[in-house]
Write a protein that binds this ligand. Sequence first.
Ligand SMILES: Cc1cc2nc3c(=O)[nH]c(=O)nc-3n(C[C@H](O)[C@H](O)[C@H](O)COP(=O)(O)OP(=O)(O)OC[C@H]3O[C@@H](n4cnc5c(N)ncnc54)[C@H](O)[C@@H]3O)c2cc1C
Ligand SMILES: Cc1cc2nc3c(=O)[nH]c(=O)nc-3n(C[C@H](O)[C@H](O)[C@H](O)COP(=O)(O)O)c2cc1C
Length: 441
Amino acid sequence: MVHQVFVLSLFLDVAMGCVFSLPEDRLVTVDRAPTTRDTSFIDKMKKTGKNIVVFYGSQTGTAEEFSNRLAKDAHRYGMKGMAADPEEYDLSELSRMGEIDNSLAIFCLATYGEGDPTDNAQDFYDWLQEADADFSGLKYTVFALGNKTYEHYNAMGKYVDKRLEELGAQRIFDLGMGDDDGNLEEDFVSWREQFWPAVCEHFGVEATGEESSIRQYELKVHTDLNMNKVYTGELGRLKSFENQKPPFDSKNPFLAPVTVNRKLNKGGERHLMHLELDITGSKIRYESGDHVAVYPINDTAMVNKIGELLAVDLDTVISLNNLDEESNKKHPFPCPTTYRTALTHYLDITNSPRTNVLYELAQYASDPKDQENMRKMASSSAEGKAQYQSWVLDSCRNIVAILEDLPSLRPPIDHLCELLPRLQARYYSISSSSKVRYPPT
Ligand SMILES: Cc1cc2nc3c(=O)[nH]c(=O)nc-3n(C[C@H](O)[C@H](O)[C@H](O)COP(=O)(O)OP(=O)(O)OC[C@H]3O[C@@H](n4cnc5c(N)ncnc54)[C@H](O)[C@@H]3O)c2cc1C
Ligand SMILES: Cc1cc2nc3c(=O)[nH]c(=O)nc-3n(C[C@H](O)[C@H](O)[C@H](O)COP(=O)(O)O)c2cc1C
């Protein structure tokens, strides 16, 4: 097993009957902007010279990551983009998009539940259903994220695409659909490859040919920080694991001791476990069918290997600070922290990296052959896609294996930490009844 169980937390969500109540970036509550923040994305776009806004409806970070990639892409076409959480802005301002030259709104929207929006897109969805707005000045496109095995495949993306048109907005490129049961990354890359030329044609602009990568965060190394102020794996409040205080939720999980851990089946490929968690003193209540979250931590040997390969002291205390001071997301994960904590608790180092990670890292390969191969795998050419599929996906190559197999590739660790996706909690449905009281252990 690649992941080890670190803590078990039990928390409930009433709204959707699941724990997906907060997108990743909102877990870092201490770093959020004050609630009096400006909700006008139009003002922000004008102030920062942006003409493209990419709104994301995301629960586990994929749509948010795609939005960041699209916002970065804009640079290559001489435009300026920003990714935005719909929950933080007044989306009725979409009717004012015409005030900005060559403006475009892109929506990357995931679907959950019975074809429902993500939590952070719920208000937008509710508002859109009732809206009586004039969107004639709005140019838009939608990329939907879903999974074909669900009955309401990509329902949210399809709905927004149709509804914006009904309200008079101009679709400048066809709805894209990504299937997480297939190859979501390839669906996205293929859609994006046709989308940008369509944008160029629409606005009469040309690619600048500038393929250089743009950093979103800058590194700050702390040399004299009190270690009590350094995150050690907490998701929200500093020291929340040492000093457990209710109410418990996904920002502030209750760390439930595992009192029984028994394998249920003998033989066979499946691994069925019976687990009992002690929630004494937590005041948490649950129903059968709610779920617990397991927060995994990465294997120490893998983390150490990254430090070794990149020749860095993993205990260096750092912050990655957003270069866009206007952004509400100040850091990619709780900061200040150490590289060791980031690679152990906050970043996914075991899944195969997406193509954008290969693309961005390619610049650090000193062997031109490695550089060329990495760029090819990140490209939309048939050969590149096939190579990515076999060398990365089919071979389950994670970032450690890639660094080992490409000795010329030695990126700065802070850039690597910026690029890797966040490590996600794993959810497990509760099968026991809340009505039966187990003897305290
Ligand atoms: C609401 C909800 C409720 C759920 N309830 C349950 C439930 O009751 N029971 C249940 O079992 N699940 C449940 N799930 C699913 C569960 O959350 C996990 O997704 C599931 O257990 C898989 O997690 P994993 O970490 O084992 O696998 P993954 O998330 O797929 O991680 C496996 C890791 O191993 C790596 N890997 C895979 N193959 C190789 C290889 N050959 N070589 C090297 N590395 C490899 C991968 O890259 C990856 O990093 C639920 C999910 C949700 C959303
Ligand atoms: C609990 C759960 C429910 C989901 N429900 C749907 C659904 O109804 N329709 C659909 O097309 N996809 C559904 N999906 C798939 C997600 O939309 C897809 O994995 C998407 O890439 C997630 O994006 P995110 O990481 O930005 O949240 C569901 C996924 C989960 C885990």
